[in-house]
Design a protein around this ligand. Structure first.
Ligand code: NAP
Ligand code: ZN
Length: 333
């Protein structure tokens, strides 16, 4: 089969190659990949993450496709089924898994980092990682549920967003941001999208502003009480301003450090307003099921900027941080 493969870090080392089709084991599923997302984690996998396995390595953490064959013990899906892949490998037996927190599995890891991913014609994943999706869900959306949508959904749930609250989404046009906007809206919040783009209103945002104008917009929409929740995966460049947007009992959620890892904070501001800083990562399979159902009901959408075939996969990754980028980047193997 054809796949994007690298054997040492660096975009210049990522090549389309003919490699052996992956082998099924009794509990796994062979998928003909139809769409895969390009996320910052995939870029990092190729460029900077050490110790990915196996080497040579196929990246691609978030993907969907058609079941081609199943292992002898697999009953949940059959050849021909359309599936989205839950991106975290997990053992199902540790204390975190037993608590329904597969993304925190003690022995887990991300598909595409600790195993080969979806930038290939075929991929093999454990049967417990696949979710059947109907024809109602386009491939690009199915391949955006397990990282983009799931990370946003889990973050909003950890922040206990309730109807009528004001939720600010920073980096709202990004892979996670565009779902955070839609999901916060579904949860009944008033949503302020902080972004350099304009189209977030089409995805349900009540206000669309850049970071410099966010304070005034949040003040206006909240009637002066400021934000209940801010979702900010951007890190150093924005998070101090994000925290300033919070009102009493406000919660800021972070799951990324796209622009840097350091945070300076006023402790007095945190305790006097009773703020909470919440770390979040990934999401559970139960939450993935919720998202599949929302997608089936056509409550979720994606905006795709560009799609690439495997031959142009390197360009797909190169364009992730392009200033022209205006929506998601997909690889359609
Ligand atoms: N822990 C987890 O489970 C998890 C899961 C998913 C993602 N993440 C992390 O969360 C972060 C966001 O992920 P994502 O997939 O949403 O990223 P993304 O699609 O690249 O979106 C980031 C958005 O941030 C805005 N932005 C502002 N300044 C930027 C800058 N200097 N560089 C790049 N973007 C900038 C852009 O939106 P505007 O143009 O709208 O301003 C951009 O679309 C990443 O660090 C990622 O690794 C973590
Ligand atoms: Zn576990």
């Amino acid at each position: 089969m054809r796949a994007l493969v690298f054997d040492k870090n660096g975009l210049e080392n990522l090549k389309v190659m003919d490699v052996e089709k992956p082998q099924l084991d009794p509990h796994s599923v062979l998928i003909r990949v139809r769409a895969a997302s390009v996320n910052p984690v995939d870029y990092a996998t190729v460029v900077s993450i050490r110790n990915v396995t196996p080497i040579p390595h196929i990246p691609g953490a978030e993907f969907a496709g058609v079941v081609e064959a199943v292992g002898d013990h697999v009953k949940e899906v059959k050849p021909g089924d359309r599936v989205a892949v839950y991106s975290r490998l997990f053992d199902g037996s540790c204390d975190m898994c037993l608590a329904g927190q597969e993304m925190l599995c003690r022995k887990g890891g991300l598909i595409g980092i600790v195993s080969n991913g979806g930038y290939a014609e075929y991929a093999v994943v454990p049967a417990k990682n696949v979710f059947r999706v109907s024809d109602n869900i386009e491939w690009e959306l199915a391949a955006s549920l397990s990282i983009g949508a799931l990370t946003a959904y889990h973050a909003l749930r950890l922040a206990s967003v309730s109807p009528g609250e004001v939720v600010v989404v920073v980096g709202a046009s990004g892979n996670t941001g565009l779902f955070a906007v839609q999901l916060a809206k579904i949860m009944g919040a008033k949503v302020v999208a902080v972004t350099r783009k304009q189209w977030l209103r089409e995805f349900g945002a009540d206000e669309v502003v850049d970071l410099d104008n966010a304070y005034k917009a949040v003040e206006r929409i909240s009637g002066g009480s400021m934000a209940d929740v801010v979702i900010d995966p951007q890190g150093t460049q924005t998070i101090s301003k994000s925290i300033k947007l919070l009102g009493t009992n406000g919660r800021v959620v972070t799951f990324g450090a796209l622009t840097g890892d350091e945070l300076r904070i006023s402790i007095r501001e945190v305790f006097s307003k009773q703020l909470r800083i919440i770390g979040s990562t990934g999401g559970t399979r139960r939450e993935m099921l919720d998202l599949v159902r929302m997608a089936e009901e056509r409550k979720l959408r994606v905006k795709v900027w560009r799609s690439y075939d495997l031959d142009h996969g390197v360009d797909a990754l190169k364009n992730l941080f392009s200033s022209e980028r205006d929506g998601k980047i997909m690889i359609l193997p």
